[in-house]
Structure formats: structure tokens, C-alpha cells
Ligand binder design. Structure first.
Ligand code: AMP
Ligand code: MG
Length: 279
């Protein structure tokens, strides 16, 4: 599988060595069929998680401009019950956000037990764009890796399943996508000259991503490098990875649901007995 998962600190993450294309033998047809099956499983898992409120999920989507963060959200969220999902996009911090520590705006959107929080960009911007553009001195952003590790550990201790995805595209694929946006009226709203400016910093971003991934990868908060040149494969990899991370917890949730059912029924029985005694 071309997918790479980093689940422990590793100083040797090399994005250039990871393919952005689907593996040989994988076709769009196969991927879409499997995605549909996984989507049903994901829906059922979400239902059990929502009811039992033992865990929550935080999905972090990172990637360069046009890497497919929006598209991935559209497809993955499309498998879920909107009742239990909140999608948050993190753009240039507002004045109020800048007057707080960098995790403040993120922590407020961390999921409640039972819920999914999907982040389009995240606290990682504070060690990516901030680093590449020198928006904070090195002495400041360098410390953030430790703050991020502690923050994610805190969330994990609270029952949050943290899944972080880097949508990996090639420079050629990005060029095609940016040019395509100019042609198509339905994506014209995404046109942003800044995307071309950011492209000039391609290699610096590569280095910043490699550091961010290698310094914050953990068992409880793994990074997956998603080959994202093909949108249909990207969707499949993310769905598969979320389902794999949740499947093993289902028994736990069902046990909790069972206990909830027992205590709910005991309450009902007591109520009915009361009513019957009054008759
Ligand atoms: P988009 O995802 O296209 O809506 O763009 C959001 C922009 O906000 C991107 O250029 C990000 O790099 C930028 N951004 C997000 N978080 C931060 C941050 N903490 N500091 C500076 N810029 C940020
Ligand atoms: Mg953009």
C-alpha cells in the first residue's frame, strides 16, 4: 500500500519518497465500491459512538492549497449523520484569536464525547505557514511541537480518537488543479493569487510538514500521508483509516449501550409498576 502511517516520533519522514499516486492495480471503480461499503460501516460506527458517548473523533486535514481538504470533507462527512459532526475551517487568525495562545481557537472546537470534529487546517498551521513566513520567531514556533503533543495527549486521555491526514499531491498535480479552478465557474470562488505565491515556497513547506509529522506522530495521534493525486483514492484511504481506528472500539460502545438500555428499562419498569399500583 502506498499509504504511510506515522505513529511514533520519527526524524526520517521523507515526503519525496512517498508516492502521491494510487498503488498499481487500484482502479477508480474498485475504490468507489469499497468506499460505499466503508461509508455504511462508518455510519453505523458513528451511531454507536454517538449513543454511548465513550469516545469522540478529531480528524485533522492538512495539505497544500488544492490538495483536496474540502473534497475529502465533502465525501467523508457525506457518510455521517450530520447530527454528530462539526466541521471547522481555520483561516488566518482574527485579532481576538491572535490575542490568545495558538491552541485557544482549536481547543474550543475539540469534539464532545460522541461527536466528530473535522478540521480543515488546524493548530498545525502554527508550525507550518507561521514557520515558512516567519510570522513568529523560531524560538516561539519550535516550542509548539511540545505544546501540540501535550494538547493531543490531553484530548486522547479524554477519549478523543485523533486522526491526522496529510493530503500528499505533487507539484504538477497542484499546477493542474490551480489552472482548472480558473476555467471552471463552480470553483471560481476558490481562486486566490496567494495559492501561487505559496507554491513558490514548495520546498520550505515540504520541510515544515516533514518536521511537523515526525515530531507530533504518536500512537494516540497518528499521521497518515495520503496519496492524494487521485481524489477517489484519497477518499478511500481516509475512510478506511477512520473505520480501522474505530472498529475495535465498537464492542465497548455496544456494552455501554447495553447497560444504558438495562438501566433505561429498569426505570420504565419502575414507572409502570407505580402506574399499575395506582389503578
Ligand atoms: P483556505 O484554506 O484556502 O481557506 O485558506 C486559509 C488560509 O489561512 C491559508 O492560507 C492558511 O495558511 C491561513 N492560515 C491558517 N491558519 C493560520 C495561522 N495560524 N496563521 C497564519 N495563517 C493561517
Ligand atoms: Mg485556499
Amino acid at each position: 500500500m502506498a499509504v504511510k502511517v506515522f505513529d511514533k516520533p520519527d526524524g526520517k519522514v521523507r515526503l519525496d519518497a512517498i508516492s502521491a499516486d494510487p498503488p498499481k492495480g487500484m482502479t477508480r471503480e474498485k475504490a468507489e465500491e469499497r468506499f460505499a461499503t466503508l461509508g455504511q460501516e462508518l455510519f453505523d460506527l458513528q451511531d454507536a459512538m454517538f449513543g454511548s458517548r465513550v469516545n469522540s473523533v478529531m480528524v485533522v486535514l492538512q495539505g497544500r492549497d488544492s490538495a483536496g481538504k474540502d473534497g475529502a470533507i465533502k465525501h467523508v462527512v457525506g457518510c455521517l449523520n450530520p447530527r454528530g459532526v462539526i466541521v471547522t475551517s481555520f483561516g488566518v487568525p482574527t485579532l481576538e484569536e491572535r490575542q490568545h495562545d495558538f491552541l485557544w481557537r482549536v481547543h474550543r472546537h475539540a469534539p464532545r464525547l460522541g461527536e466528530f470534529s473535522i478540521f480543515n487546517r488546524s493548530h498545525y498551521e502554527d508550525v507550518l505557514v507561521v514557520r515558512v513566513h516567519g510570522l513568529a520567531p523560531k524560538s516561539v514556533w519550535k516550542e509548539r511541537f511540545g505544546h501540540i503533543r501535550d494538547f493531543e495527549e490531553l484530548l486522547a486521555e479524554h477519549g478523543t480518537v485523533i486522526l491526522k491526514y496529510f493530503l500528499h499531491i505533487t507539484k504538477e498535480e497542484q499546477e493542474e488543479r490551480l489552472l482548472e479552478r480558473e476555467e471552471q465557474p463552480d470553483t471560481a470562488w476558490k481562486l486566490n493569487p496567494n495559492d501561487w505565491k505559496e507554491r513558490d515556497h514548495w520546498d520550505e513547506y515540504t520541510g515544515a510538514y516533514e518536521d511537523a509529522i515526525s515530531r507530533t506522530a504518536a500512537k494516540h495521534a497518528p499521521w497518515t500521508v495520503v496519496p492524494a493525486n487521485a481524489k477517489w483514492y484519497r477518499n478511500l484511504v481516509i475512510a478506511e483509516s477512520i473505520v480501522e481506528a474505530l472498529r475495535g472500539r465498537r464492542k465497548d460502545w455496544e456494552k455501554t449501550l447495553d447497560e444504558m438500555g438495562k438501566s433505561g428499562r429498569a426505570g420504565l419498569d419502575a414507572y409502570r409498576a407505580q402506574v399499575a399500583a395506582k389503578k
